[in-house]
Ligand binder design. Structure first.
Ligand code: GLA
Length: 403
């Protein structure tokens, strides 16, 4: 699905409609849009029932969609970025190898499980999200598919959280990626000029203002691609699970997640935990406190403190959680000396992907240029930097205009 970050939402929508007509010889019925996301704090805390702070981007996936009466029923999807059209059956929904069509297909399967009857469906997909940069183009594709399907078929879940969870299930159970709720939640709940806070245990959430007139967001792509399906993410989850179990034994009480362990309790028993499990658990437990402190900082209008916490989070990923890499560390070190830099960290799974940098708005253009220059001599792949804004969450754009 790729990737021309300079295209606006309107342009993506126009192109999606054009491509729909060319591919499917008819006009689309609905248009939908869903953004990528960045994690501001709370690295690998979501599946440990902890806290997260995140934003939706103003870069997104746009889908033009329509339905058809064919037999047998099938999904047909065109991706502009990949210049590829893929089809998959909807009579019995099975994964189509490791194709990207599994993301929309998995969502449609979940929607059918929740009681909707699926006709044949056509999708024309456009995107301004940099693929492989760790901004979750896959969640954006899932949410945009769900929005389009509800727009055509009805049957929308009662709450937004149920919609995010449905898309997470598609990714967990159908695509086979054991992710938490961060990506789908952020892509759906996003609000311009606001940071999202989620308690992954109670599922209480909040949106806290971070005015774009003051703070800009710069994404720096390390050029190192990391796919969550490759096993490292699952391995980190296992360390967290083992640590949880061990701490429960040591504290002599039932513990179902690291969220239920205070820092004092952890410090009191940490010497008895296997070293690797211990380091992973320490990262998660301290990261949860950082999120709560970050929430307070945002509420009192103190982005400087939030930035410090982001830098601490990055160091913790590097030193304790083991999910950074030289390129990501280099990006953060390079950003740290630049004028206007408020704070930054790796975003998402790690081992590659991008860093998220908060920058004073009036220094953002120069910051982006200087970071790109600093990287051009050092990183193997050409460093890509994107100056972006906090955007709105997934939505139906309505009926495309007929021409
Ligand atoms: C990936 C996953 C998320 C979350 C982050 C790390 O983005 O998809 O669920 O676990 O990594 O915080």
């Amino acid at each position: 699905m790729l990737s021309d970050p300079l295209r606006s939402g309107e342009e993506l929508a126009e192109r999606a409609v054009e491509n729909y007509r060319e591919n499917f010889d008819s006009s689309p019925e609905v248009l939908s849009q869903a953004p990528g996301r960045l994690e501001i704090l709370g690295n690998h805390t979501d599946y440990n029932n902890g806290y997260i702070l995140s934003i939706a981007l103003d870069l997104s996936v746009v889908i033009a969609a329509g339905q058809e009466d064919t037999s047998p029923r099938r999904l047909s999807a065109w991706s502009s970025g990949l210049n590829e059209r893929v089809e998959a059956g909807l009579e019995e929904i099975r994964p189509a190898g490791d194709s990207w069509i599994n993301y929309p297909l998995g969502v449609l399967r979940e929607i059918r499980k929740s009681g909707s009857r699926l006709p044949s469906i056509n999708l024309a997909i456009e995107s301004s999200l940099p693929v492989g940069a760790g901004v979750s183009s896959s969640a954006a594709l899932e949410l945009a598919t769900a929005e389009a399907a509800y727009g055509m078929l009805g049957g929308r879940p009662t709450t937004l959280l149920e919609q995010a969870q449905l898309c997470q299930r598609a990714e967990n159970d159908f695509v086979g990626v054991p992710c938490g709720i961060l990506d789908q939640f952020s892509s759906l709940f996003g609000l311009r000029d606001h940071v999202l806070f989620l308690d992954c245990d109670t599922l209480d959430y909040d949106r806290i203002a971070l005015p774009g007139s003051e703070v800009a967001v710069v994404i720096a792509d390390s050029g190192v691609q990391h796919e969550l399906v490759d096993g490292k993410y699952a391995a980190l989850r296992s360390h967290c699970r083992r640590a949880t179990q061990k701490i429960g034994e040591l504290l002599g009480r039932e513990i179902s997640s690291l969220r239920q362990v205070s820092l004092d309790e952890f410090l009191g028993c940490r010497e008895q935990i296997d070293e690797e499990d211990r380091r992973r658990a320490e990262h998660v437990i301290r990261e949860n406190s950082r999120v709560l402190e970050g929430v307070e900082a945002l509420r009192r209008g103190d982005p400087g403190r939030l930035g410090e916490l982001m830098l601490q989070s990055h160091s913790s990923s590097r030193d304790l959680f083991g999910n950074s890499c030289d390129e990501l560390d280099f990006l953060i070190e390079s950003a740290t000396g630049l004028p206007g830099f408020i704070g930054g960290k790796l975003s998402g799974g790690g081992f590659g992907g991008a860093t998220v940098n908060l920058v004073e708005q009036n220094a953002a253009v120069e910051f982006q240029q200087r970071l790109a220059e600093a990287c051009s001599n050092r990183l193997a792949a050409p460093a890509r930097t994107f100056l972006t804004k906090i955007g709105d969450g997934a939505r139906l754009l309505g009926k495309p205009q007929s021409s």
